[in-house]
Design a protein around this ligand. Structure first.
Ligand SMILES: [Fe+2]
Length: 246
């Protein structure tokens, strides 16, 4: 019996195959607060494949203070995981980029070369949960001027924008792709964020969905969403552009 059958009793009607690609995840072990071992990564990735994903973009944190990752720290781990995936999960393809915090260290990465993915060189970025970096608009613009396409992760989770659509509308209008977390849609972070996430999707401001999976708790929340009418409805309506990225 498959993992999905195991947790639901019967296989849910909807799966994530409409998305094809997960644009935000922390499966590379030991680099950030995500997976801790290759065994854990493979176990979770098998379930993602079973749930319909065909491409997974690994996006470890790169931050000036907490996670000082770089291409040099990330690539050896990615290559090792990719070899294991080729052997153990044929049919699942793995890509690598990063989740860049827009902070004081970001411009150095911009100069040295950003880790991008997909056919239009997408760059996944995030803001602090406490206060947005004062020059975040300028940094996003600099990404665009390099010819890359910035994605801003989980706008629904920034409390300072909880009652302000204007900054989010402004980013959307400027061609920044907004990515909602699937765990936000499934209530992993609570009902306020869930409501906010659906509100942004309904308003047409969100382009992409990402799992942001760090461990089995996130995975269970993502897979549990397939049993929720509200999530399966927006998957069936094909509201996200994930499948156009690779
Ligand atoms: Fe993340």
């Amino acid at each position: 019996m498959s993992f999905l059958n195991n947790i639901f009793g019967t296989k849910p009607k909807t799966d994530f195959s409409v998305l094809q690609t997960d644009v935000h995840s922390h499966f590379l072990p030991g680099l950030d607060d995500g997976c801790k071992t290759f065994e854990e990564s493979i176990r979770l990735l098998k379930s993602m494949h079973e749930a319909g994903f065909r491409n997974i973009v690994c996006t470890p944190h790169i931050q000036a203070v907490h996670y000082q990752n770089s291409r040099e720290t990330i690539m050896p781990v990615f290559e090792q995981l990719q070899l294991l995936v080729e052997k153990e999960i044929p049919g699942l393809s793995l890509s690598v980029a990063a989740e860049y915090l827009l902070d004081d260290g970001f411009e150095k990465h911009l100069e040295n070369g950003l880790m991008t993915f997909g056919k239009e060189n997408y760059v996944l970025t995030e803001l602090s949960y406490f206060t947005p970096y004062p020059r975040y608009r300028n940094l996003l613009q600099q990404i665009q001027m390099k010819g890359f396409k910035p994605i801003l992760a989980h706008p629904e989770r920034y409390g300072y924008w909880a009652k302000h659509d204007e900054p989010i509308e402004e980013l959307h209008g400027a061609g920044i792709l907004l990515q909602v977390n699937i765990p936000s849609l499934t209530d992993y972070y609570g009902s306020t964020i869930r409501k906010r996430a659906f509100g942004l999707v309904e308003k047409g401001l969100v382009s992409l969905a990402g799992s942001d999976i760090h461990n089995a708790n996130y995975l269970n929340s993502v897979l549990g969403g397939l049993q929720q009418r509200s999530l399966s409805k927006i998957l069936e309506q094909n509201r996200f552009a994930n499948c156009e990225l690779m």
